[in-house]
Design a protein around this ligand. Structure first.
Ligand code: CA
Length: 541
C-alpha cells in the first residue's frame, strides 16, 4: 500500500480524482467527488477490454515470480503494465468465484454456493451493461455455472462454451468427440482446448474494426486439474526447480496450532497422502500444471500480436486473472477452498491503453471488483437496483491519480460441500497485516496469522493474549461484512445425492488432534469460560 500511495502522491497534479465507489456499505465520498471534480473514468473514451480468466492459476504461477514456470507473455504484461500482488477471490472455488466476477457480489448475495447451483433467473451480469453502453461482447470458454448447461447467457453477442469443466482433449479417447456450443449451435471440438479457445478469440478480435468498443471474456479451462499440457509442451519444464512447501511434511511442528480438520484432510481426496484417491506425486503434478499453463501464455502472446498488428493496443486493456488459487502440498493439502493464501490469492496483471509501465499496486483487490472496475473503464453503469459488493479500481489499474478510500481488509467465505467434506465452511477476514479465520459446523480452532512475520501461515496466533484485541476487532468486522440479513445470518446448504469423496488411505495419517491448549484435568478454574464472550462482557446460553 505504501508503495502505491507514494506513487500516487508523485502523480497528483493538484486535482484529486475519486474512485467510483460502488461498494456495499457506502464509502464516504472523497473531497474531489464532493467538489464536483470530473472522475478519470468520465474523462476517458471507452476502452476495449480483454479479460483473460485462467482456472486455478495461483498467485505465484508466473515466470517472474517462480523460475519453475515459463510465461514470457505474462511476464511482459507485468513488466509493461501493472501487477497486483494482493489480488484475492472471495471464495476459492470455480463457480462461486466466477459468479462473483460476473455479478460483482459475494457468494452469499449471488447464491452460487458450489459448482452445481444455477443462477437465479434474471441475475445481472456486468457484460449486459457493456452491451447497453454500445460494446460488442464475446464469451469464449468455461462458464460452469448453471449445472451442465452450455447455453448462451445474457450479455454476450458471441458465445462459445462447453458443458461443466470441459476437457483438455477434443475426444474421449474412444472416438467420441466433445462439443462446443457456438451461438446456440452444437459443434464438434477440433483440438487442444487452450489452443482452440485462443483460436476463437483471435478470430473474433480480427473481426473488430476498432470503431465500436469491444469486450472479450476469454475464460480458460486451463489450468484446472487434471492437468494435460499441450503435446508440444509435455516434458518441457523440469522437476528440479519445483520446491515442495515446508508446511507439507507431517511433523508435529507443522500441525502445532493448526485446526484438526487440516490433519484430517491430509489423508483424503484433497490431501497429499491420498490426492484424488490416487498416488500422484506432488512434484509431477506441479510440473504438469506448469507445462499446461504454457499454452495459455502463448495464446496471450498471440492476442497481443493481433492487437499490435491492428493498432488497437493503444486503446485496449488486457487484464489477466485467476479464478482461485491452488495448494501444492501447503499444510498437507492439494486443490483449493480453504482461506490459506495459496488458495484464495490469485494473479492479476494488466497492460495496454498507454498505462504507465512497471507498476506494483499493493492494495487488496478482489474478484468482486472486476464488474465495477470494467464498467468504470467503459463509462457504463449497472441498471437501477443492481448493487455491487466490490469497488472500482479503474484508476489504480490505469495508473491515474487515486486518493479515494480503499478497503484494508477483505471478507472470505466458503460453504461446505458434502461431496468434498474435507474442508469445513470457512469465514475469514484477510487484512493487510493479519488474517483471521473461523469455521462453521465443526469443533475446531479459529486461526490468526501475522502475514508480515509469517507469510506461509505456519504459526497460529489465535491464543496469543497480546492479540486478543486484534481477534475481537476482526471477528466483529468479519460478521459485519458477511452478515447478509442484519443479525439473522444463515448458512446455505445444497441437495445431497451421494456419500461424497470420503475415502481414507488405511496406511495414511490418523484423525487430527484437538489443540493442546484445550486440554484440562477438570480442576481448573476456567472450565466455564466457553459460556462467556471473550473479555467477559457478555455471555450466551
Ligand atoms: Ca477454478
Amino acid at each position: 500500500m505504501t508503495k502505491f500511495r507514494s506513487l500516487c502522491r508523485m502523480a497528483v497534479t493538484g486535482v484529486a480524482v475519486s474512485v467510483v465507489a460502488l461498494a456495499a456499505g457506502s464509502l464516504p465520498e472523497t473531497a474531489a467527488a464532493q467538489s464536483g471534480a470530473k472522475t478519470a473514468e468520465q474523462a476517458q473514451a471507452p476502452l476495449n477490454i480483454i479479460f483473460i480468466l485462467n482456472d486455478d492459476q495461483r498467485y505465484d504461477a508466473m515466470g517472474f515470480l517462480d523460475p519453475a514456470l515459463s510465461t514470457p507473455n505474462m511476464d511482459r504484461i507485468a513488466r509493461e503494465g501493472v501487477h497486483f500482488p494482493n489480488a484475492f477471490v472471495t471464495t476459492a472455488l470455480c463457480s462461486p468465484s466466477r459468479a462473483s466476477i460476473l455479478t460483482g457480489q459475494y457468494m452469499h448475495n449471488h447464491g452460487i454456493a458450489d459448482n452445481n447451483i444455477k443462477f437465479r433467473p434474471g441475475t445481472f451480469f456486468f457484460p449486459q451493461a457493456l452491451q447497453a453502453a454500445g460494446y460488442r461482447t464475446a464469451f469464449i470458454g468455461k462458464w460452469h455455472m448453471g449445472g451442465h448447461s452450455d447455453d448462451p447467457q445474457p450479455g454476450f453477442d458471441r458465445w462459445i462454451s462447453f458443458k461443466g469443466q470441459g476437457d483438455y482433449l477434443p475426444d474421449n479417447g474412444k472416438g467420441v468427440r466433445h462439443t462446443l456450443n457456438i451461438d446456440g449451435q452444437r459443434v464438434e471440438r477440433k483440438g487442444y482446448i487452450t489452443d482452440e479457445l485462443n483460436g476463437f478469440a483471435l478470430d473474433w478480435l480480427k473481426q473488430q474494426s476498432g470503431k465500436q468498443p469491444f469486450f472479450l471474456y476469454l475464460s480458460h479451462k486451463a489450468v484446472h486439474a487434471d492437468f494435460i499440457p499441450a503435446e508440444r509442451h509435455q516434458n518441457t519444464l523440469g522437476r528440479d526447480k519445483i520446491r515442495l512447501p515446508d508446511s507439507m511434511a507431517d511433523t508435529p511442528q507443522n500441525y502445532e496450532g493448526k485446526p484438526r480438520w487440516t490433519k484430517d484432510q491430509r489423508n483424503s481426496w484433497h490431501g497429499v497422502e491420498f490426492p484424488y484417491h490416487s498416488t500422484l506425486d506432488v512434484i509431477d503434478f506441479k510440473q504438469r500444471y506448469n507445462e499446461t499453463l504454457r499454452a495459455v501464455d502463448e495464446g496471450i502472446g498471440d492476442i497481443i500480436a493481433v492487437l499490435q498488428k491492428k493498432g488497437l493496443l493503444k486503446n485496449t486493456i488486457v487484464v489477466m486473472m485467476g479464478d482461485n488459487g491452488f495448494l501444492f502440498g501447503e499444510h498437507g493439502m492439494i486443490d483449493k477452498r480453504s482461506a490459506y493464501e495459496e488458495s484464495m490469492r490469485v494473479p492479476l496483471i494488466a497492460f495496454g491503453a498507454g498505462m504507465p509501465k512497471g507498476r506494483v499496486v499493493d492494495q487488496i483487490v478482489a474478484n468482486i471488483d472486476i464488474a465495477p472496475t470494467f464498467l468504470a473503464l467503459a463509462g457504463a453503469k449497472p441498471p437501477e437496483g443492481v448493487r455491487f459488493d466490490g469497488m472500482s479500481y479503474a484508476d489504480m489499474l490505469m495508473g491515474r491519480p487515486f486518493n479515494g478510500p480503499w478497503r484494508t481488509s477483505l471478507n472470505y467465505e466458503y460453504y461446505w460441500e458434502y461431496n468434498y467434506p474435507q474442508t469445513p465452511t470457512t469465514f475469514a477476514l484477510r487484512g493487510d497485516r493479519y488474517k483471521y479465520i473461523q469455521y462453521h459446523g465443526v469443533w475446531d480452532t479459529e486461526e490468526l496469522y501475522d502475514l508480515k512475520e509469517d507469510p506461509k501461515e505456519m504459526r497460529n496466533l489465535i491464543a496469543d493474549p497480546k492479540l486478543r484485541p486484534v481477534v475481537r476487532k476482526m471477528r466483529g468486522e468479519l460478521f459485519a461484512g458477511l452478515d447478509p440479513q442484519q443479525g439473522r445470518s444463515s448458512v446455505t446448504f445444497t441437495e445431497r445425492t451421494d456419500e461424497g469423496s470420503v475415502l481414507r488411505n488405511r496406511n495414511g495419517a490418523g484423525p487430527g488432534e484437538f489443540p493442546k491448549r484445550w486440554l484440562r484435568d477438570g480442576t481448573e478454574d476456567d472450565l466455564g469460560n466457553g459460556m462467556k464472550a471473550d473479555g467477559g462482557k457478555a455471555g450466551h446460553e
